[in-house]
Design a binder for this molecule. Structure first.
Ligand code: PMT
Length: 222
């Protein structure tokens, strides 16, 4: 790991979960803790990058020398990301963005209906933040994550091609002890040239390896 590897480069990272409001007191979300994205932000800053972290709700402190923009919903993250990537070299999408949100968040707390044991919530697709960044005019070098539970490499390669990305970092989130909310992770790097499996490491250590892998490919693509 070389300090200064990304000196002066602008990196935008999304991290954590999003929250999709059902009513003023309830939401739909997931188990992302933000640890992977925050570790990448820290490693970026150590490598000399100017790092902006766009974060869903987490319990974590912003790493030193990073700017954090706090958001809740996928739509807010989308807006913040498209603004931030205007002037950016590398975009890394670590966030676990809700694919759908309730079509309409109720203004008042939804009451139980005495005559019904079921409740139906109509959902609508959220924008794909990473795909929109990758198709924007000032397209940065785009790195996606892929959270898979089976056929990890095939699905990750599908995302690489479909979302028009430079790299995908895939993790098998069905494995105990890695992925969502763990301190460790184990990933497969997938790009146009091939695939590379990394050993299981703490997210902090893994992030340093990943920043080196990203930086090497970014410099070649530049
Ligand atoms: O936060 P931690 O607890 O440390 O956990 C880390 C992690 C498991 C969340 C992380 O390693 C991870 O896998 N992040 C991606 C989770 C995910 O939602 O993957 P996906 O396969 O559904 O999405 C693919 C890519 O598109 C991701 O880069 C995602 O950020 C992006 N995406 C997805 C949907 C959407 N609407 N907008 C997006 O930008």
């Amino acid at each position: 790991f070389q300090t200064g590897m990304l000196a002066g480069k602008r990196v935008v990272i999304t991290a954590g979960p999003t929250r999709e409001a059902i009513d003023p007191v309830r939401y739909i979300s997931n188990h992302s803790s933000g640890k992977m994205g925050y570790a990448l932000a820290q490693a970026c800053a150590e490598a000399g990058a100017i790092c902006t972290l766009i974060s869903g709700p987490t319990q974590l402190n912003c790493p030193p020398h990073c700017q954090r923009i706090d958001v809740e919903s996928a739509q807010q993250m989308h807006e913040a990301a498209l603004k931030a990537v205007n002037d950016c070299d590398i975009f890394i999408a670590t966030a676990a963005v809700a694919d759908f949100r309730p079509l309409q968040a109720a203004d008042q707390k939804i009451k139980k209906q005495a005559d019904s044991d079921t409740m139906t919530l109509e959902m609508v697709k959220n924008p794909d933040i990473l795909a929109d960044v990758a198709n924007s005019q000032q397209r940065p070098f785009c790195v996606g994550f892929a959270a898979e539970t089976q056929d990890v490499e095939r699905y990750a390669r599908g995302k690489l091609e479909r979302k028009n990305l430079n790299m995908v970092i895939a993790n098998d989130v069905s494995q105990q002890g890695i992925g969502f909310n763990s301190d460790d992770n184990q990933v497969l790097i997938v790009d146009a040239k091939g695939s590379k499996a990394l050993d299981k490491l703490s997210k902090a250590e893994l992030a340093r390896h990943l920043i080196r892998e990203i930086s090497e490919r970014f410099q070649k693509a530049d």
